[in-house]
Design a protein around this ligand. Structure first.
Ligand SMILES: Cc1cc2nc3c(=O)[nH]c(=O)nc-3n(C[C@H](O)[C@H](O)[C@H](O)COP(=O)(O)OP(=O)(O)OC[C@H]3O[C@@H](n4cnc5c(N)ncnc54)[C@H](O)[C@@H]3O)c2cc1C
Ligand SMILES: NC(=O)c1ccc[n+]([C@@H]2O[C@H](COP(=O)([O-])OP(=O)(O)OC[C@H]3O[C@@H](n4cnc5c(N)ncnc54)[C@H](O)[C@@H]3O)[C@@H](O)[C@H]2O)c1
Length: 447
């Protein structure tokens, strides 16, 4: 065999494990058809947060007008985009260097299976003892007439000029995060959704508050609407048509209707690897029905969130398995997630909606930060925290926060939930003062 382990795809689901695996002496190869480092580094999380951060800063400056700050800076989208390019363009090379530097063979091109131990890239074939499918997902594209004129998340993240009127189809992460960005830059924004609830995985009451804030920022929500077709007008604008005479003209349409796995382009039929339209089917060892073929990251059909940290966790798990240091099934820790709205909503463990629907099982301790002097340094209003305890064990099993710095609070709480700390144990930490963590501790129920 040419290699001990061959990864298809070079994203988080690959390199987090492939690098230590190669360092341990294994002969490793990575095939990548696009940019090294995958979606997160090149056209996802990183680019998004570079565009978001300055806009959040402006929100914070706005909140402090007349409280020591005078004047609000304007966004220069073109400069911001140039700043984004400067940071993101080198990521591809960094991603390749990271692999080359530890002796991993990097192969450029589109991989397809020939048999269970052989993959081809163009005319060349490569063999390996084990193969990891880490091919991620791509944007789902609507197939209605005129949809070829719509943009996707990758296009938006390189948008040279912000259009006057942006229309977004979908109500998930990408739709709402990008609506937040476009509105903050001054575009008129419409969000059109099939149903009437956005950000379904986050607490309904927090989402409703964020939605109200977005409406105040000028975002219009059009629920229960299935767009049937689109037409391009002579001036380059687009008109969307729905049922019952619905018609909307706009400068730009972002198709944010989800993501689809890339396994349909791997010739899986040649090896008989089982897959669904949600991803590759694996057992609790991340092994497919073909014993020497594994899957990792967004490529997997899984119920846990398809995120960078979960892809990285799976990659490290597989590396430990291949190195022989972990023979057991994958045991996921408490999963945390965040939507980068302004304010953010972040959560970990048992969700607030679930906890509230099961009062016999969970105790929900809710706290507001209004009146907290530290939070009011930034004149932050309406921030809220919910802690979820298991009634029997008194252990903390989940938390959610809606606040400017929600990621900091939830990251502080992640180990508490993971370690199953009780109310009593939560008081046993001494934090830096003043800080977000200290502020959080003052909201914990004292025993
Ligand atoms: C706009 C956007 C924003 C996001 N923001 C966040 C965020 O803030 N936080 C967060 O945790 N997650 C975020 N995500 C999700 C995160 O990017 C993914 O969960 C993560 O990238 C998954 O990593 P992966 O390695 O499984 O897949 P990917 O990063 O998709 O990598 C798969 C790689 O495989 C390659 N590939 C596919 N098929 C083949 C083939 N046949 N041959 C060779 N190569 C192939 C692809 O080119 C790609 O580089 C965001 C996603 C998007 C789109
Ligand atoms: N902050 C973050 O961590 C972050 C940010 C962006 C993306 N992501 C990840 O990327 C992935 C994709 O995010 P996303 O926003 O593209 O997907 P999503 O699944 O979150 O949202 C898709 C939206 O499109 C709607 N939709 C689906 N099909 C439709 C159709 N035919 N017509 C109209 N609407 C339709 C859905 O109802 C939903 O509102 C997620 O798995 C998420 O985990 C994470």
């Amino acid at each position: 065999m040419d290699f001990s382990v061959l990864y298809i795809g070079s994203g988080q689901a690959t390199w987090n494990g492939a690098v230590p695996l190669a360092k341990s002496g294994a002969k490793v190869a990575v095939i990548e058809e696009s940019q090294y480092g995958g979606v997160c580094s090149n056209k996802g999380c990183n680019a998004k947060i570079i565009l978001d951060k300055p806009l959040v800063l402006i929100d914070q400056i706005k909140a402090l007008q007349g409280r020591g700050l005078d004047g609000v800076p304007k966004v220069n989208w073109e400069d911001l985009m140039a700043h984004k390019h400067e940071l993101i363009v080198p990521q591809d090379q960094h991603g390749k260097d990271r692999l080359d530097n530890v002796g991993i063979t990097t192969i450029n091109g589109h991989a397809e299976f020939v048999d269970a131990h052989t993959v081809k890239v163009g005319e060349k074939t490569y063999t390996a003892d084990k193969i990891v499918i880490a091919t991620g997902m791509r944007p789902h594209r609507l197939t209605i007439p005129g949809a070829e004129n719509f943009a996707d998340s990758t296009d938006f993240l390189s948008l040279p000029h912000m259009p006057e009127h942006v229309t977004i189809l979908g109500g998930g992460f990408v739709a709402i995060e990008f609506a937040t960005i476009a509105a903050a830059v001054g575009a008129k924004v419409d969000v059109i959704t099939r149903g009437n609830r956005i950000l379904k995985q986050f607490p309904a009451e927090y989402v409703a508050k964020v939605q109200e804030d977005l409406k105040r920022a000028g975002v219009r929500f059009i629920p229960d609407m299935n767009i049937a077709r689109a037409e391009k007008n002579a001036d380059g604008s687009l008109t969307l048509f729905g049922p019952k005479e619905f018609q909307l003209s706009t400068d730009y349409v972002l198709d944010a209707t989800g993501r689809v796995p890339n396994h349909d382009q791997l010739n899986l039929e040649a090896v008989g690897v089982e897959a669904t339209n949600r991803g590759i089917v694996v057992n609790d060892n991340l092994q497919t029905n073909v014993p020497n073929i594994y899957a990792s990251g967004d490529a997997i059909d899984k119920t846990i969130a398809k995120l960078t940290p979960t892809a990285a966790f799976e990659s490290r798990y597989l590396a430990a398995k291949f190195m022989g240091t972990n023979d057991g099934p994958i045991v996921y820790p408490a999963i945390s997630e965040i939507v980068f709205t302004s304010p953010r909503i972040a959560q970990v463990g048992v969700s607030l909606d679930e906890a509230k629907s099961k009062p016999e099982q969970y105790e929900v301790v809710e706290a507001s930060y209004d009146g907290d002097w530290y939070r009011q340094i930034k004149n932050e209003q309406g921030a809220q925290l919910a802690l979820i305890f298991d009634k029997t064990s008194q252990k903390l099993v989940g938390a959610a926060e809606m606040a400017m710095d929600a990621e900091e609070t939830i990251n502080t709480i992640v180990p508490y939930v993971q370690m199953g700390l009780t109310k009593e144990q939560l008081n046993d930490f001494v934090y830096v003062f003043p800080s977000i963590a200290y502020t959080l501790q003052r909201r914990l129920p004292l025993v």
